[in-house]
Design a protein around this ligand. Structure first.
Ligand SMILES: O=C(O)CCC(=O)C(=O)O
Ligand SMILES: [Fe+2]
Length: 213
C-alpha cells in the first residue's frame, strides 16, 4: 500500500520491518477534535464488555461500542457482535479516513479509556474476518496515550504516542509480525476515545479473538 497510495507516500513508515505504520499527527486540528471528543463521549452506546478467561467472565478495563454495516458482524472475545447502525458523525469520520486510506471500511470499533487505569492488552488484529493483510485506520481523541508495538520474534518494541486528533494507519503484514497494547499509566487523568475502522471481508466460523486483552 505504501507506494500504491500516493496520499501516504510522503509519510515515513514507522515500522522498522514487517509491516506498515503511518502516523498522521493532528489529522483533525484541536478545535475540530474537541467537538468530536465531546459528541462521541455522549452519543456512542458505550458498554462494559465481558471476556471469558480461564472459565470466568471478567469485565474488560475500558468501555466499548461496535458500529457498522448490518452484515459486518464480528466475533470478539468469544462473543458474536452485531454492529449498531452508523451514526451520522461516525459516517463522516469514516469518509475522511477512507479518503486517506483509499479503502472502504464497513465497521468501526470504538474504545473509551476513562483514565490511565483503563487499558488494552497485547494482541494482533489478525482475525480471519479482516482478511490476510488488513488496513486498519485508528483515530484518537482526548488524552494522549502510548501504543506499544512488540515484534513477535525479534526483541524490538516501538512506542507510539497517540494524541488528540491523530490518525494511525496499520497496514501490510504488520498484524502477522507485531502485537500492540495500550498500557495502563498513572499520567493519564482524562478520557481518551479510539476508533478503529476495519473492513470485515467475511464472517466464517472463525476462532474467538484472543481473550487476554
Ligand atoms: O486504543 C488504541 O489505540 C488501540 C485500539 C486497538 O488496538 C484495537 O481496537 O484493536
Ligand atoms: Fe488492535
Amino acid at each position: 500500500m505504501s507506494s500504491a497510495n500516493a496520499l501516504l507516500a510522503n509519510h515515513q513508515n514507522l515500522a522498522p520491518s514487517d509491516g506498515e505504520l503511518y502516523l498522521l499527527q493532528a489529522f483533525y486540528p484541536a478545535s475540530i477534535a474537541d467537538n468530536y471528543l465531546q459528541s462521541l463521549l455522549h452519543s456512542l452506546a458505550w458498554q462494559t464488555e465481558q471476556i471469558h478467561i480461564y472459565g470466568r467472565w471478567v469485565p474488560v478495563p475500558r468501555l466499548m461500542a461496535w458500529y457498522g454495516d448490518p452484515d459486518a458482524d464480528y466475533r470478539y472475545s468469544g462473543v458474536d457482535h452485531q454492529p449498531l447502525p452508523w451514526t451520522t458523525e461516525l459516517q463522516t469520520l469514516r469518509t475522511d479516513v477512507e479518503t486517506v486510506c483509499r479503502q472502504a471500511f464497513n465497521s468501526v470499533l470504538a474504545n473509551l479509556y476513562r483514565d490511565g487505569r483503563d487499558s488494552m492488552g497485547c494482541h494482533a488484529d489478525n482475525e480471519k474476518e479482516l482478511g490476510p493483510n488488513p488496513q486498519i485506520a485508528s483515530l484518537s481523541f482526548g488524552e494522549t496515550r502510548l501504543l506499544r508495538f512488540r515484534h513477535a520474534r525479534i526483541r524490538t518494541t516501538l512506542n507510539i504516542e497517540l494524541s488528540h486528533g491523530d490518525l494511525l494507519i496499520m497496514a501490510g503484514e504488520l498484524q502477522h509480525h507485531w502485537r500492540h497494547e495500550l498500557p495502563k499509566t498513572r499520567q493519564a487523568k482524562q478520557a481518551r476515545i479510539n476508533l478503529t475502522f476495519r473492513r470485515i471481508v467475511s464472517t466464517p466460523n472463525s476462532p474467538a479473538r484472543s481473550a487476554a486483552r
